[in-house]
Design a protein around this ligand. Structure first.
Ligand code: FMN
Ligand code: SF4
Length: 713
């Protein structure tokens, strides 16, 4: 079946009121932190949107725009819509999006208690009730000192002597309602095709909707009809200024997760019905779970696949207007949801950061060419610390002008050594530019450490598959199982050598590190993939080796990470109690893998912070999972010795302690591997370092290096 038949519903035109879209893929709104501090758009910002329109989406919903800018803005660099000076920039943006056949709307927002900009400017936060819960401690939990410093900037000018929050009077509510209407009118004047009212994610309108934050005694509080009043008034006021023919819809939380007295599924359905009666043309169903901890990844940026779809399906049952579903929905799941009548449009956020060309590639029947999102939360983690959007797998996101691929005027012979993400990305880009590329990988498969890491973070495997497919499609001389030495380089005589050989492991200088009960994270993954080297294999008993050989030979374990993940639920070469040395990204990923397989894990970290390399929301999620499974997480420890049945350490408080453990896993002591680099340089040949052999920077740094150097040579 062709792709366009397989995804017939997704790729078919859609309609929201009078608005017609070329397909039913919507770019979900994403605050990008790209606007100027005065709320105006700049070239970089416009190009970021234009690129996504060009990529084939049916409808772009431009990110949160502050209707009362700078009041009520959620971030420093947010679009403003509060006066006519914003119109010319928006006219240009709308034209550039239209030029590529997409439709465009914009999200109207007042951030209420999350209006960071208000606090930064010394204004109290506008809220429905003065006793609104402010979970600040949760937001700062598990953040590093640097991150806290970035966030604290937002609170430097707290309202002097006064309260942090200001309960809105009825007159002030009316003024905000008017601001929404004026902002909608400006969007219409600027040539936008519709507006989305942001009535979710804990922002002002959602604060009114939620009993958790609305304790008002007047006609804006109490029963749902009252709590929904501000939303209904906003809809009415907008309709008055834009007329009946201009599409207006809202984003609602289908539920507030883990918030006492939060919005229930029933509340959300009733609100949707009221909003429809008030004249909306569609309902966009998201969810909220608080700005910290597990809530963020359970709801707003949902981690479970298609995790919010049931909420959209529930609302679809009670309204007649189209429903937009969102939340980690793949094209296939989206197609199914459309066919089954669970939704009318599928919004995507992160997948379009990872690959803006996703809709065009689907339409062209090339799904294998879509660069996948690995759900690492780097993009949104940036916004948390007041930095512009970026994507770990797509360096061109929000840097579109920097990352064009241009043909080389002087094609070269390029040797790429190492087939992990850095090497594959560099080879891909260099080949697209017309260079003659040879890619050597010493293993018999491409993927490098990312392939092993996909055992514990499944999503990394999708990226490896994508890159491998691109390498196979391009005219690249791929040599698997080929170890490169300085002699090989001399023999191949490349014009330039790109070294992407990754990191090397140096066992930490801890007494007892040579014990058989000690494995490095890599050794564990190698064993589980059925491909241990000789040193590692020596740590296994005879029957364990036989078992692995059988798995490797008959089940093809090494080529099927999903089989290894399954097998590891039944068997792993580690005891019941495991001490993991190193609480960085690798250590915590491994620890999560182990606790989910019934191991009692203690993570021991010398430094002060756990996994600073993980984007904040992912770190919150991982730490939550570990704590839920009873893992012990110790920072600031010193290692004394690895013993027969445990680890002797000195705790942060300076006390000697013994951590009981049957196995010890080393997830620290990794350093860039520069051995080959020095040898090649000594021969006066052009050579560049990429990825972990340049500096430990994991997938994001590896892809970035590959992308940059592939373009630079
Ligand atoms: C970087 C980033 C910024 C976001 N900003 C907004 C926003 O401005 N308004 C909004 O309603 N949702 C925002 N979201 C949530 C997305 O619109 C979307 O609901 C969520 O990412 C789930 O969709 P996905 O799984 O396709 O990424 C943001 C998401 C990301 C990744
Ligand atoms: S940064 Fe990570 S989560 Fe965000 S879009 Fe890119 S790959 Fe996906």
């Amino acid at each position: 079946m062709s792709e366009s038949t397989r995804l017939r519903e997704l790729l078919r035109p859609g309609r929201i009121g009078p608005l017609e879209t070329r397909n039913r893929i919507v770019m979900a709104p994403m605050g990008s932190f790209l606007a100027e501090e005065d709320g105006h758009l700049n070239e970089r910002h416009k190009l970021y949107y234009e690129t996504r329109a060009k990529g084939g989406v049916g409808l772009v919903i431009v990110e949160v725009a502050a209707v009362d800018f700078p009041r009520g803005a959620a971030m420093f660099r947010q679009i403003g819509l509060s006066d006519d000076s914003f119109i010319p920039g928006l006219v240009d943006l709308a034209e550039r999006i239209h030029r590529h056949g997409a439709k465009v709307s914009i999200q109207l927002q007042h951030a209420g208690k999350i209006a960071t900009r208000d606090l930064a400017d010394g204004r109290p936060l506008s809220v429905p009730s003065a006793d609104i819960p402010m979970p600040m401690a949760g937001v700062l939990a598990d953040l590093t000192a640097d991150e806290i410093q970035q966030i604290v900037k937002n609170y430097e000018r707290l309202p002097e002597g006064g309260s942090l929050v200001h309960e809105l009077s009825v007159q002030e509510i009316q003024e905000i309602v008017t601001r929404f209407a004026e902002a909608a009118s400006r969007a219409k004047q600027a040539g936008f095709d519709g507006v989305e009212i942001h009535a979710g994610h804990g922002y002002l309108i959602a604060e009114f909707l939620s009993q958790a934050s609305n304790k008002r005694q007047d006609h804006y509080g109490g029963k749902l009809e009252n709590r929904a009043r501000i939303l209904l008034e906003v809809i009415g006021a907008i309709r008055k200024v834009v007329g009946q023919d201009f599409p207006v819809w809202c984003r609602l939380d289908g539920k507030e997760f883990g918030i006492e007295d939060g919005i229930t599924v029933e509340d959300a359905r009733q609100t949707a019905k009221l909003a429809e009666e008030a004249g909306l043309n569609a309902i966009h169903v998201s969810a909220y779970g608080g700005p910290s901890g597990i809530g963020f990844t359970e709801a707003t940026l949902v981690h479970p696949k298609a995790g919010l779809l049931p909420l959209a399906a529930g609302i679809k049952k009670v309204v007649r207007v189209p429903v937009i579903a969102v939340g980690r929905i793949t094209p296939e799941q989206g197609e199914r949801a459309l066919r089954e009548g669970q939704a009318d449009f599928i919004a995507m956020a992160r997948p379009l950061l990872a690959d803006p060309e996703l809709p065009n590639k689907l339409a062209a029947g090339r799904p294998e060419d879509i660069r996948p999102c690995i759900y690492c939360y780097t993009c949104v983690g940036q916004i948390f610390v007041n930095q512009s959007l970026r994507c770990a797998v797509n360096p061109a996101t929000a840097r579109e002008a920097e990352f064009e691929i241009e043909k080389s005027e002087a094609p070269k012979q390029v040797l790429v050594v190492g087939g992990g993400p850095a090497g594959m990305e560099a080879a891909r880009v260099a080949a697209l530019r017309g260079h003659q590329v040879t890619l050597c990988e010493k293993q018999r498969r491409l993927g490098g450490t990312a392939l092993f890491s996909s055992l514990v973070w499944e999503e990394n495997g999708d990226l490896v598959d994508y890159l491998r497919t691109q390498i196979e499609k391009l005219p690249i001389d791929l040599r698997l199982g080929q170890e490169v030495t300085p002699e090989t380089v001399a023999e191949l005589q490349p014009d330039v050598t790109l070294l992407a050989v990754g990191a090397k492991r140096e066992a930490p200088a801890i007494r007892g590190v040579e014990r058989r009960s000690v494995l490095s994270g890599d050794e564990l993954r190698q064993i589980m993939a059925g491909a241990p080297n000789r040193v590692t294999a020596a740590k296994l008993s005879l029957w364990q080796r036989a078992l692995l050989w059988a798995g490797h030979t008959f089940l093809g374990l090494a080529d099927h990470p999903s089989r290894v993940r399954e097998l590891s639920k039944r068997w792993m070469p580690v005891g019941k109690r495991v001490a993991v040395i190193g609480g960085g990204l690798v250590g915590l990923e491994l620890a999560e893998f182990l606790v989910k397989r019934g191991r009692h894990v203690t993570v021991l970290e010398e430094g002060e912070w756990l996994a600073p390399q993980m984007a904040i929301p992912r770190r919150w999620r991982t730490l939550h999972e570990l704590r839920e499974h009873g893992a012990v997480l110790l920072t600031g420890v010193r290692f004394e010795a690895i013993q027969e049945k445990g680890m002797a350490i000195i705790s942060k408080e300076g006390d000697p302690r013994t951590i009981e453990a049957d196995s010890v896993i080393l997830a620290a002591g990794v350093v860039p591997n520069r051995d080959l680099y020095e040898a090649i340089r000594a021969r006066d040949l052009e050579v560049h370092l990429l990825g972990d052999c340049s500096k430990l920077s994991y997938i994001e740094g590896s892809i970035l290096d590959g992308a940059r150097i592939g373009r630079a040579i």
